[in-house]
Design a protein around this ligand. Structure first.
Ligand SMILES: Cc1cc2nc3c(=O)[nH]c(=O)nc-3n(C[C@H](O)[C@H](O)[C@H](O)COP(=O)(O)OP(=O)(O)OC[C@H]3O[C@@H](n4cnc5c(N)ncnc54)[C@H](O)[C@@H]3O)c2cc1C
Length: 489
């Protein structure tokens, strides 16, 4: 245990020292389930990047925050885009769009828009350190209108295999493919995104039951819900979060505010989540207890227009600034859990969640426990990029969490859901990617993206992960992959 701790510390220190430097180093996915040691290059500007991409095989890495290793490609040079100097940030008031470079983080983009132009992004994920381009490339989403961030892209510029700039705009035939192309068209050096004015919303957070969901989402424009997987499998306890326009305040349904046993339950939940990581076996009895309390309560907040994380934490200010970060690091699933996610048709989400609850519960004698919640974010409307989760119909993003050593159980749950729900689509940064997604993504669409790849990268220098290659069915694993090195294929 001590040896493992010291090794992890050494690795982390080496990773920190490597930031911003060229040379051999480890590229690790978030939570370190996928990793490889490879040559890295930090592109200081676009001219240097253009030269690098024409020199040999390469892949692109943003902040390397994807869980599923889509950014981890052994045996080729990794372009560390987020660490580079491509930091364009400019706002055009005439079109209300922002131009952003490949080295800019989501946080810096949001701060720039808010502080200098009083604007915001249409939507976002719940973390802000990722590169804007990396986040958009994997289909990062929030919930509610325009949920998939890449749906806001109106123009993008990438370098082709010779290092030449190619710019595509909304309406160009290839645009809807390239706007969300999970590293298969890269490096993207610049994006232009639509923005929206900063505004307040009514946010109602409720503790309730799944059967009350339809009632609670009334009047809302954006809805997410988190299910406690070890409560009643027929009608589990859910925590819903509904955002509504301020003008619709009266339409939004809410339970009465917490009082008496409700306040105790809120206190209990806060403390339970702090212990949750260490006591996986207690998760079920604890949640059964919460189930038994049978609470219905709501809290209503008017969000601050300048709040960067209002979608996930409606109270003013950033959630991360509220608690001491050591507690965050030790207890939050962000830092301690593996997160696998996929999308199912919106109306199927309740049944899919109930199915997962049953399957997970049947695995507990084998020592597998889901972390405290199954999160469901609703993506209403239809997005333009062909590979957006909701390109065809409204969808729900299902996020599952488990201890990192249990991540393979999550893959099994994904596979089981896909057996019964054939329209399941992948999250390109969080699903277990592979050929199983070919039919729901559409063979024609995958072929079309490959044709675009071949057109702009005829030399084949741009490489993408083996799991993405399997999804495209583009041949055998390459040197650097264990299957190739072992002579298996
Ligand atoms: C704590 C945490 C919270 C998260 N929350 C959410 C959430 O709320 N919603 C959600 O949908 N997702 C969420 N994610 C997933 C995350 O948003 C995506 O995995 C995202 O891609 C990470 O961005 P990145 O910059 O780290 O990209 P990387 O992981 O480094 O790369 C992702 C992909 O983008 C490609 N890429 C990177 N840079 C470029 C470039 N310049 N040109 C072309 N391709 C490029 C890579 O090749 C790779 O295929 C979360 C992840 C974490 C760790």
């Amino acid at each position: 245990m001590i040896r493992k701790y010291l090794r992890t510390r050494r690795e982390r220190a080496a990773d920190r020292r490597a930031i911003g430097t060229d040379g051999k180093r480890w590229v690790r996915s978030w939570i370190n389930v996928y990793r490889c040691e490879t040559e890295a290059r930090v592109p200081h500007d676009e001219t240097a990047l253009a030269k690098l991409v024409s020199e040999g095989r390469y892949s692109c890495v943003g902040q390397s925050h994807s869980y599923n290793g889509v950014q981890v490609v052994p045996g080729v040079t990794a372009m560390m885009m987020r660490e580079g100097g491509i930091k364009t940030l400019s706002y055009d008031p005439a079109t209300e769009t922002v131009r952003v470079g490949a080295s800019v983080s989501v946080r810096d983009l949001k701060l720039f828009l808010r502080d200098q132009h009083g604007r915001g992004l249409h939507n976002s994920g719940n973390y802000m350190e990722q590169s804007v381009v990396g986040a958009l490339a994997t289909g990062t989403h929030g919930f509610g209108p325009r949920a998939v961030m890449a749906d806001s892209v109106v123009e993008l510029t990438f370098l082709d295999g010779k290092g030449q700039r190619v710019t595509l705009r909304r309406g160009d035939p290839e645009f809807a493919y390239v706007a969300l192309s999970f590293g298969t068209i890269a490096p993207i050096v610049e994006l232009v995104l639509e923005t929206k004015p900063l505004e307040s919303y009514i946010s109602v957070s409720s503790m309730s039951r799944l059967s009350k969901l339809d009632e609670l989402r009334q009047g809302g424009i954006a809805v997410n819900w988190a299910v406690m997987p070890y409560t009643d499998p027929d009608d589990p306890v859910v925590m819903t979060h509904v955002l509504a326009e301020c003008a619709d305040e009266k339409v939004v349904v809410a339970h009465p505010k917490a009082s008496g046993s409700g306040k105790f339950a809120a206190w209990f939940l806060r403390h339970y989540y702090k212990l949750d990581r260490f006591l996986p076996r207690l998760r079920r009895p604890m949640q059964r207890f919460i189930d038994w309390l049978d609470l219905e309560q709501s809290e209503r907040v008017i969000t601050d227009p300048g709040d960067l994380d209002y979608l996930y934490d409606p109270k003013p200010g950033l959630k991360e600034n509220r608690a001491p970060s050591i507690t965050r690091g030790l207890f939050s699933t962000t830092y301690t859990g593996y997160n696998l996610a996929f999308f199912v048709p919106l109306e199927r989400a309740p049944a899919v969640v109930k199915f997962i609850i049953r399957e997970a519960d049947a695995l507990r004698d084998l020592g597998f426990f889901l972390k405290g919640i199954i999160s469901v974010r609703e993506l209403p409307g239809v997005a333009e990029p062909v590979f957006a989760a909701n390109a065809r119909r409204p969808m729900a993003a299902i996020d599952l969490f488990a201890d990192p050593r249990d991540y393979a159980w999550l893959e099994r749950l994904q596979r089981l859901v896909m057996r019964y729900e054939v329209d399941t689509r992948p999250h390109f940064g969080k699903s277990a990617l592979g050929p199983q997604f070919r039919s729901s993504l559409g063979l024609d669409h995958l072929d079309q993206l490959m044709r675009i790849y071949e057109r702009y990268f005829p030399e084949g220098n741009l490489m993408f992960s083996e799991r993405v290659r399997a999804m495209f069915d583009v041949g055998r694993p390459l040197p650097g992959e264990a299957a190739a090195d072992a002579g298996l294929v």
